[in-house]
Design a protein around this ligand. Structure first.
Ligand code: BTN
Length: 319
């Protein structure tokens, strides 16, 4: 695990205007020597931050880069926030922390072992995207949480849709899609404590500022907020909103259950009416996607007209 030092964060803030700053000028503002500035700049460049060294002139950001910063994300929601420049996986990190009633969020500039659903890797290039996990203790039974993973994707949808002008959809159970390309994925994990409480961990990966030509994220079609809108996004603002929306939607879910979200889900259902295949560990289902029930289970009508209710699986559109 690595974090930015205070001086590195200050340096990055000073460079955010994308103008050229001399080492001397930066050193004077930050109260350190020119050599110290040079060393910090080298470390930042090695991390992958696009800082250009202009001979005889100074340092300049080649393209926008706003670092993750707890102070910018805001801690007003009573959530403890852990921000890293590098971590193996934000989900894994939250799992290692001792159980507590305190809600905790963790985000990082890069993950060296980011994980997706079904044990797939989640490629996490430095400084581009959102890798965020949120942990909350719940006092209920596991069966009461059916549908919660769909609610998490609705929360992510509510935050991202206002950022772009064309519609985003959700592929059951919790992938966000834009024009048949994946924009975001969610990995939910639940740990049952000795006292019966549940530690819920919601891991969210969103392609934010990735540029297709620069990064090869995954072999499947994907997009980013940047590729959709050609705008650079401040991830701190998005993370603050995401945490607010997720906590609010979990509260509603705990009070009213999935039926309170079902209509909203049906409107955004990417698979509805399509012929799909759902792969489970030892079984495969084929049929027409027909929405979800009050528990968030996928309704799949097979060729014989039989309706299956699926609680999990990897869904893909049949060719
Ligand atoms: C998927 O679509 O397969 C789910 C991807 C979830 C990725 C996120 S990134 C933050 C958190 N940490 C992880 O290791 N995975 C999740």
């Amino acid at each position: 695990m690595k974090t930015f030092s205070t001086i590195q964060l200050k340096l990055l803030h000073l460079l955010q205007d994308r103008k050229c700053h001399s080492g001397q000028q930066l050193g004077k503002i930050l109260g350190v020597s020119r050599t110290s500035i040079w060393k910090h700049i080298c470390l930042l460049i090695n991390l992958g931050i696009p800082i250009k060294r202009l001979p005889q002139s100074g340092y300049q950001l080649e393209r926008p880069f706003i670092p993750l910063d707890a102070a910018q994300i805001g801690e007003s929601m009573g959530i403890e926030l852990h921000v890293f420049s590098e971590i193996d996986s934000t989900n894994r990190y939250l799992k290692t922390l001792a159980p507590t009633t305190q809600s905790i969020a963790c985000c990082a500039e890069t993950q060296t072992a980011g994980r997706g659903r079904f044990g797939r890797p989640w490629i996490s290039p430095f400084g581009e995207n959102i890798y965020l996990s949120y942990r909350q203790q719940l006092t209920c039974s596991l069966s009461q949480l059916s549908g919660l993973s769909l609610v998490a994707s609705l929360a992510v949808h509510s935050c991202l849709q206002p950022m772009i002008s064309s519609p985003l959809q959700i592929k059951w159970p919790n992938d966000l899609y834009w024009q048949h390309k994946k924009l975001a994925g969610i990995l939910i994990e639940m740990l049952v404590e000795e006292n019966g409480c549940i530690q819920l961990i919601i891991g969210v990966g969103i392609n934010v500022n990735s540029v297709a030509a620069r990064d090869r994220l995954i072999s499947k079609p994907y997009c980013s907020l940047y590729s959709i809108s050609e705008q650079y996004f401040d991830r701190n603002v998005l993370i603050g909103r995401l945490l607010q929306q997720i906590t609010q939607d979990i509260d509603t879910f705990m009070q009213k259950g999935f039926p309170a979200f079902r209509n909203q889900w049906q409107e955004l259902d990417y698979l509805f009416g399509k012929n799909i295949t759902v792969q489970q560990l030892n079984q495969q289902y084929q049929g027409q996607a027909s929405g979800v029930d009050d528990a968030g289970q996928l309704l799949l009508k097979d060729e014989a007209g039989l309706m299956h209710r699926l609680t999990s699986g990897d869904a893909s559109i049949s060719l």
